[in-house]
Design a protein around this ligand. Structure first.
Ligand SMILES: [Fe+2]
Ligand SMILES: [Zn+2]
Length: 402
C-alpha cells in the first residue's frame, strides 16, 4: 500500500495499492484515468473542480468548502491533465486556469470501482442472522473489569455488523455504564431517565414492578428519531427467569420481503402511530414499521406493540395491515429468529435499537434480586468512533503517526 502526499478534501489517510498509469481528456471532456490494473475511470471535470482540495477551494483546517457552489460553471472544461512526480493527477481547468492535484488513493476510493483489498470500507455491511446462526451475542471479555480501547472497538464493530455485542466480566460498579457510554459519544437523552434502572428486589413490593414477559420491540418509536443504541449493564442477576431475547429485525424484514412480499410492502408503507401518552407529556410519531431508504435498503425497524395508537387507514386495509403485523410479530418472537440468553452480573450488552427487537421472558422477583442499568447512545457516535479508528490505523500504516 502506498500513501500519496497530495492533499485530500478531508483529514483522512487514503493508502492504496492502486496507481495511475495514464491520464487524458476524452472527446466528450471526461478526465479518463487508467489504473495500473488497466481499469478505466471517467471523472467529470465539474465534479473534479468541486472536489479540488487546494487552499483556495478548501479551508486548511476545517476542510470545508470556500468555493460557492453557485460559482461553478456547469459547462466547465478541463484544459490539461498530467501526472506529477509522485504519481498524483494534476488537472487544470479552462477559463480561470485553476490547478488541482488529486491524491490517487482518494480518487480510487471515490471512483466507484470495486475496492478489493484496498477497501477503505468505513461502515461494514450488516450480517443478517437467525437464532441458529447466532444463539448468543458475540462476546468479549473485560480484563480486570476494564474495557481497553482495542476491546471497545471490537465490540463496536460487532454491533455494527450483527446489531449487538456483549462484554463480560465488567464488574458491577454503578458508574461503569456511564463512563463506558461516554467513551462512544454523549448519552442520548429522551423523555425517560438519562440513565435508567431496571430493578426488582426479592423483598421489595413486587407489584410495583412489572415482571411480565416483554415481546420483541424497539424502544421509543414514539419519537421522530428513536435512540440508535441501547446499553444495558447487569449489576445483579439472582432472580429466576428474565432471559433476554434479541431478534435481528433486518433478517425478518429480508425474509418477509422474500416469502410474503405483500406483507413487506404493507409494513414498509403503511404508517403506524406509537405514543407515550402517560404523565404530562404527549410524544407520538407515525412511521412505517419497516423503514426503507431510497435504494430499497432497510435501515430501521420501529415497533412497540404495547404503545400502539389507533391505526388510521382505509376500512379495506384494516385486516391486511393487522395480518401483516401479526406475521411480523410471530416471526420476531419465534425461536427460529429470536436468541434467548441469560444475563450474568458484570455483563454489558450493547445493541442497535433501530435494528434489533429486544424483549424479556417473565421473571420471578421472589426468587432473587435483578438489577440492570441502562442508557441510550446514537448510531452516529459509534460509526464516527469506528471511522476515526480506521483512519488512525491507516495513518499509522502510512507512517504518518507512531
Ligand atoms: Fe425495551
Ligand atoms: Zn482548488
Amino acid at each position: 500500500m502506498k500513501h500519496y502526499l497530495a492533499s485530500t478534501p478531508d483529514n483522512l489517510a487514503w493508502p492504496t495499492s492502486a496507481s495511475i498509469e495514464h491520464c487524458e481528456i476524452a472527446d466528450d471532456g471526461a478526465v479518463v484515468v487508467r489504473w495500473d490494473d488497466q481499469q478505466l475511470s471517467r471523472f467529470h471535470p465539474l465534479w473534479l473542480r468541486d472536489n479540488c482540495a487546494c487552499n483556495i477551494c478548501l479551508h486548511a483546517f476545517t476542510r470545508e468548502h470556500l468555493t460557492d457552489l453557485l460559482d461553478l460553471p456547469l459547462d466547465i472544461k478541463a484544459d490539461k491533465v498530467k501526472l506529477d512526480a509522485d504519481g498524483a493527477l494534476v488537472v487544470s481547468w479552462q477559463l480561470d486556469s485553476h490547478v488541482g492535484v488529486f491524491n490517487p488513493g482518494w480518487l480510487f476510493a471515490h471512483s466507484g470501482l470495486p475496492q478489493g483489498q484496498n477497501s477503505q470500507e468505513q461502515c461494514s455491511e450488516p450480517l443478517l442472522w437467525t437464532a441458529s446462526d447466532l444463539p448468543e451475542p458475540l462476546s468479549f471479555n473485560a480484563v480486570d473489569e476494564q474495557v481497553s480501547d482495542e476491546l471497545l472497538l471490537e465490540v463496536l464493530l460487532a454491533v455494527e455488523r450483527t446489531g449487538l455485542a456483549r462484554i463480560r466480566n465488567a464488574g458491577s460498579s454503578r458508574d461503569t455504564i456511564e463512563a463506558l457510554g461516554l467513551r462512544v459519544g454523549p448519552v442520548r437523552e429522551t423523555h425517560f431517565a438519562r440513565i435508567f434502572d431496571v430493578i426488582s428486589l426479592a423483598d421489595g413490593d413486587s407489584n410495583a414492578y412489572t415482571s411480565e414477559r416483554l415481546s420483541a420491540h424497539t424502544d421509543i418509536p414514539t419519537r421522530e428519531a428513536p435512540p440508535g443504541l441501547q446499553v444495558l449493564h447487569c449489576l445483579v442477576a439472582e432472580a429466576q427467569g428474565g432471559e433476554s431475547t434479541m431478534t435481528d429485525g433486518y433478517k425478518i424484514a429480508a425474509d418477509l420481503a422474500e416469502q410474503f412480499p405483500q406483507d413487506f410492502t404493507i409494513l414498509s408503507t403503511v404508517k403506524w402511530c406509537f405514543a407515550n401518552r402517560g404523565g404530562d407529556t404527549d410524544y407520538r410519531w407515525q412511521a412505517p414499521i419497516i423503514n426503507v431508504d431510497s435504494d430499497g435498503k432497510v435501515f430501521e425497524l420501529r415497533l412497540l406493540p404495547f404503545s400502539r395508537a389507533p391505526l388510521m387507514t382505509d376500512y379495506e386495509n384494516v385486516e391486511p395491515v393487522y395480518r401483516a403485523l401479526q406475521r411480523f410479530m410471530t416471526m420476531a418472537n419465534s425461536p427460529e429468529y429470536q436468541m434467548n440468553y441469560k444475563f450474568a452480573a458484570g455483563d454489558i450488552v450493547i445493541f442497535d435499537n433501530r435494528r434489533i427487537l429486544h424483549g424479556r421472558e417473565e421473571f420471578f422477583p421472589q426468587s432473587g434480586d435483578r438489577e440492570l442499568r441502562g442508557l441510550y447512545l446514537d448510531r452516529d457516535d459509534m460509526h464516527s468512533k469506528i471511522r476515526m479508528h480506521t483512519n488512525q490505523r491507516n495513518r499509522q500504516a502510512a507512517g504518518l503517526e507512531v
